[in-house]
Design a protein around this ligand. Structure first.
Ligand SMILES: [Zn+2]
Length: 415
């Protein structure tokens, strides 16, 4: 049996950038129309899905034709909340200054686990800009990386994580870790953030509602997205949501809508305040990134239970959910990146449908990144970022782990 598997694995050829490929006779999981499209052929040219054919298609002068009968293809997974500098097994020894080789291992592990894009949620952009460039042009096996610059009230930058992310400079006074007060020249600060390669701002602690509003407005003028914590201490979730941000993070932070000192022991008996918040999120087109993965440990059992309840209620209310791990992976001893766990919690603990769970890590995430025309679904003219599975993920979400191979920009990575 082992020998048989080996032959099967090695029968998939290497495909590099620029080559044309046809994925023949495959079942497409369509996350736009929530259906399976059986027996399609996907024609890939120059890293782009050139055409989707209704039946078996051979093409002319195609470099590689793969018959994938009985297999399923989903869009490449997007982890909407990563911290790669703090996530690996090295972090105990070298918490905030990871060796580059470890970062490369971690990114490779994520890609081979089906993650083709990450939203890196606060980082040293000097490191991330270089990795992002290499990933985007396929110099390294890595998900494509999109990152923000972090804005917060000046006292936040005493945090050791800020120090680590600005080594050699003064945290709070660099374009990617910027302390904001009434004297800040906002258009200039935001232009500098854009100049360092950020595609968004992340709004963190100690910002007031009117500051969030001003920052969001100017960020949008300069064509940057705004991603925020669900509460910034001075602003409660509804104030953050109504300020023009595109997403809010961390499920239990929604409890700040009820009280400045939330009760983490139980889900509120009367949750009408949360229901009103969900309505505001929908009205303001704000995505919700619950990060259940970080709550799932024995010391935080209560928080995990409350976080899953909040996430389920948000889902039932119709809020757009995006899957993020607040980590990414630990790679050693873990066969898969944590996004698969996050999707599992949505289905097993929050009653999501399997197809909706898939949307959280594909099209919903792409919308929040502002990249829905390029990634997030298997459609013509989009990037050939996809994961081929042996088993149907609509029958069981855990089948996202039955990975046969991954493609990013049309380049094939065999697991
Ligand atoms: Zn985070």
């Amino acid at each position: 049996m082992k020998q048989f598997i080996l032959i099967l694995l090695t029968s998939i050829p290497l495909v590099s950038y620029g080559q044309s490929t046809i994925l023949q006779n495959i079942n497409i999981i369509d996350v736009i129309n929530d259906e399976i499209k059986p027996g399609k052929s996907i024609e890939i040219k120059e890293g782009i899905i050139h055409k989707i054919h209704d039946s078996i298609f051979f093409g002319e002068n195609t470099d590689t034709v793969l018959n994938l009968e009985n297999k399923y293809v989903i869009p490449g997974l997007i982890d909407s909340h990563t911290h790669i500098e703090h996530s690996g097994n090295w972090s105990a020894a070298s918490p905030y200054n990871p060796p580059r080789k470890n970062l490369l291992e971690l990114l490779k592990h994520a890609l081979y686990g089906g993650v083709t894009t990450i939203r890196e949620m606060a980082c040293d952009v000097r490191i991330m800009a270089e990795l992002s460039r290499a990933a985007h042009i396929d110099l390294i096996p890595s998900p494509d990386i999109f990152y923000p610059s972090l804005f917060a009230g000046p006292p936040f930058f005493k945090d050791p994580r800020a120090n680590a992310g600005a080594l050699g400079a003064i945290p709070g006074h660099v374009s990617w870790f910027r302390g904001i007060d009434e004297k800040t020249d906002l258009p200039m600060a935001i232009a500098q953030a854009k100049g360092n390669g950020s595609t968004a701002l992340k709004l963190y602690a100690l910002l007031k509602p009117d500051q969030i509003k001003q920052i969001s407005q100017e960020a949008h003028n300069q064509n940057l997205k705004v991603w925020a914590h669900a509460s910034t201490q001075y602003a409660k979730p509804s104030e953050v949501v109504e300020s023009g941000v595109q997403s809010i993070s961390h499920a239990t932070m929604l409890l700040y809508e009820l009280s400045a000192k939330p009760d983490y022991t139980k889900y509120p008996d009367n949750d009408s305040t949360l229901q009103n918040l969900f309505t505001k999120m929908i009205d303001n087109n704000v995505s919700f990134d619950p990060t259940l993965f970080i709550y799932n440990n024995s010391e935080r059992e209560n928080r995990f239970n409350i976080a899953t309840r909040i996430t389920q209620k948000a889902y039932e209310a119709g809020v757009r959910i995006i899957a993020g791990t607040d980590s990414i992976s630990a790679y050693l001893n873990f066969p898969f990146p944590f996004i698969h766990d996050e999707l599992g919690y949505y289905v097993h603990n929050c009653n999501f449908s399997n197809i909706y769970a898939l949307k959280t890590a594909t099209i919903n995430a792409a919308i929040t990144l502002g990249l829905e025309k390029e990634i997030g679904s298997i459609e013509e003219a989009k990037k050939a970022n996809l994961v081929v599975l042996d088993k149907n993920p609509i029958e069981n979400i855990d089948n996202t782990k039955s990975i046969s191979f991954i493609m990013k920009n049309g380049v094939l990575y065999k697991r």
